[in-house]
Design a protein around this ligand. Structure first.
Ligand code: NI
Length: 165
């Protein structure tokens, strides 16, 4: 089980490196990430959130199906923009609306190193894009309106100081 880094941690802001080979160590990290996410009641968790700067994440692709995603590539398949209230295990207690494309193709390697792809729509597309952003050092609070950002400024600075979460 891993500790989840919180807003303000430098490791959340780096660009993650590709996974060279999906070996036993990577598989073990993915298993523990899935367990960490489940325990924290999250719907997704990216490796940088546990301080591992690798391009991989886990997420609930369906109600009770966790997918382990390595070296993902996201292709947007629609002009339609949807808006969901998002949260993040690294930004506890903050929930704000974010606009994102409503349909994507997610190409990746699974935990066996097999090439896979899936089409995701609506909420599941949102989750995958949110997790992908973590690999680029981007957090959902970077994508909210300036007004919404001002509303949570105090909360963010408390999380940063370790006073919340
Ligand atoms: Ni997140």
């Amino acid at each position: 089980m891993y500790d989840i880094l919180k807003y303000g941690a430098g490791a959340l802001r780096g660009k993650a490196e590709p996974v060279e080979a999906v070996d036993a160590e990577i598989k073990k990290i993915l298993d523990e990430m899935a367990e960490t996410m489940r325990t924290a009641n999250g719907v997704g968790l990216a490796a940088p959130q546990i301080g591992i700067p690798k391009r991989m994440f886990v997420f609930f692709a369906e109600e009770d199906v966790i997918k382990k995603v390595v070296n993902p590539v996201v292709t947007v398949l629609t002009d339609e923009i949807i808006e969901f209230e998002e949260g993040c295990l690294s930004v506890p207690g903050v929930y704000k609306n974010v606009k994102r494309p409503g349909k994507i193709k997610l190409a990746y390697q699974d935990e066996k190193g097999q090439d896979r792809e899936m089409i995701l729509e609506g909420f599941r597309a949102v989750v995958a894009q949110h997790e992908y952003d973590h690999l680029e050092g981007i957090l959902f609070v970077d994508k909210i309106s300036p007004v919404a950002k001002r509303m949570i400024q105090k909360k963010l600075s408390r999380i940063k100081k370790g006073l919340e979460g």
